[in-house]
Design a protein around this ligand. Structure first.
Ligand code: SF4
Length: 453
């Protein structure tokens, strides 16, 4: 590992110079939290909408000049700043069980402690709770808790689950009808503005441009060496497009800049940049399933890059949009495209659909293995992961690995155990290579269906 004094993902004391994309993202996020604080302090008047990342209607909210707040982003940001444990403790003291999703408890604890956001600035109360229900039942229970706290309207956009792995016309129409009949009127009411379809189209066109560049960045990992880490680095790359910035000029500019930086790394034959500098040798190419741990994010990442393991594709970087499978927001069909986006997001896909996606990644990114990080909090991700792994091993022949952590509850991150498991897993890949058999024969057993491909 070569230390790179010119870049440090932490922004710590030794960070001399950051890449332009990182500075742009930092400025965008700071500006957003400044605006939220200004609303909270009564210095700015803008409608505030609390909503979730998967299936978010960001362009529609922005077309009404609303400021979105994403509770799960606040939770993970709090964890990265080592604030989540206190918030979780606060929620548990108020009766929330240890088994509840820790994003929820972190958010509830933060709210009860004064609703000071991860940047240390106050968050405003919502004018609207907009729940896009995409696959996870916890989303609904979470907003029921918020509804008890805030005196504001609630809209639930019910997105039918892709139980059969397809989106039918009636599912699509059902979502469009709700956007027209419930979401837009609610946004008109809280904003005092009429729905402006031309404004929405302009936002959607910018989304599509940024999505093209994001896909270019994610697919750069098909190169050897991969110029990016598509999991640990990937969570930084998806930040703007999965949250408050999709549809903005800032997001278009950010992704154009990021893609140019990544293209330059490909041209120079460079691997990813890590918090400790340039990764010098790519020894293992992995696909990762499941969300990362946020309380020990750097320590977790280091376990990979110190071993020369780079993540070339991940499911987590698709929770806010599966753009690499071809979806783009379409300005010519504004409400239809919002419906398609909600219906297609990762948490709304059934297990066979998730397996197909991961199998495609293993093949197209020439991965040596699939590693699952099963987080205690999230049933939406964790249910079925062992079965998925077994099917993936059978179909692709690459070995699967399994580790367990949590999202934002540090009590469930055992560094020594996780490191031990990762090292053993990489040794298994080595063992297969030495035996001249990096991919084991495909097994006939296929528990989810479709058979070996
Ligand atoms: S259970 Fe998983 S998908 Fe649902 S809210 Fe928690 S982290 Fe999000």
């Amino acid at each position: 590992m070569k230390k790179n004094p010119e870049r440090n993902l932490s922004g710590g004391a030794d960070a001399v110079q950051k890449e332009a994309s990182m500075l742009k993202q930092k400025a965008m996020i700071a500006d957003h939290f400044d605006k939220l604080a200004a609303v909270a302090n009564g210095e700015l008047k803008r409608p505030v909408v609390y909503t979730f990342v998967p299936g978010n209607l960001t362009e529609l909210m922005l077309s009404f000049d609303a400021l979105p707040v994403y509770p799960e982003i606040n939770a993970l940001q709090s964890a990265m700043r080592q604030k989540s444990q206190a918030f979780i403790g606060e929620a548990e003291r108020r009766g929330h069980s240890e088994d509840v999703c820790t994003y929820v408890k972190c958010d509830i604890g933060m709210m009860k402690a004064g609703n000071i956001g991860p940047t240390g600035q106050p968050l405003p109360k919502p004018d609207l709770l907009l729940l896009s229900y995409t696959g996870c039942f916890t989303f609904m229970k979470w907003f029921e808790l918020l509804r008890e706290e805030y005196d504001c309207p609630v809209v639930m956009l019910h997105v039918p689950y892709q139980g059969d792995g397809i989106v039918t016309e009636s599912m699509r129409k059902y979502v469009i009808d709700q956007i027209k009949g419930e979401v837009i009127p609610a946004l008109e009411k809280v904003s005092g503005r009429k729905y402006d379809e031309e404004r929405l189209r302009a936002l959607l066109a910018r989304s599509a441009a940024a999505e093209d560049d994001l896909v270019g960045v994610l697919e750069s990992a098909k190169h050897r060496p991969s110029p990016i880490d598509a999991y640990f680095g990937g969570v930084y790359y998806i930040g703007p497009i999965f949250t408050a910035f999709r549809g903005t000029e800032g997001a278009v500019d950010y992704y154009r800049t990021l893609r140019a930086e990544v293209d330059a790394r490909i041209a120079a034959g460079l691997g990813p940049i890590t918090p400790d500098g340039q990764m010098s040798e790519e020894k293992y190419r992995l696909v990762v399933e499941g969300p990362p741990n946020w309380t020990n994010f750097r320590e977790f990442w280091r376990m990979f890059y110190e071993e020369g393991a780079v993540v070339v594709a991940s499911s987590y970087t698709k929770v806010g949009g599966v753009y690499d499978l071809g979806f783009r927001h379409d300005p010519d069909h504004p409400l239809e495209t919002l419906a398609d986006y909600c219906l297609g997001c990762y948490t709304n896909r059934n297990l066979p659909g998730r397996v197909d996606m991961l199998e495609k990644y293993v093949r197209e990114y020439q991965a040596d293995g699939v590693l699952t990080n099963s987080v205690k909090s999230c049933n939406s991700f964790s249910a079925g992961q062992l079965l998925m792994q077994r099917v993936l091993e059978a179909r692709t022949g690459v070995p699967g690995g399994f580790i367990e952590t949590d999202l934002v509850d540090g009590r469930y991150f055992s560094g020594a155990n996780v490191k031990n498991r990762i090292e053993s897993y990489l040794q298994m890949i080595d063992g297969r290579r030495q035996a001249g058999n990096p991919a084991a024969p495909i097994q006939p057993a296929d528990l989810i269906g479709g058979g070996p491909r």
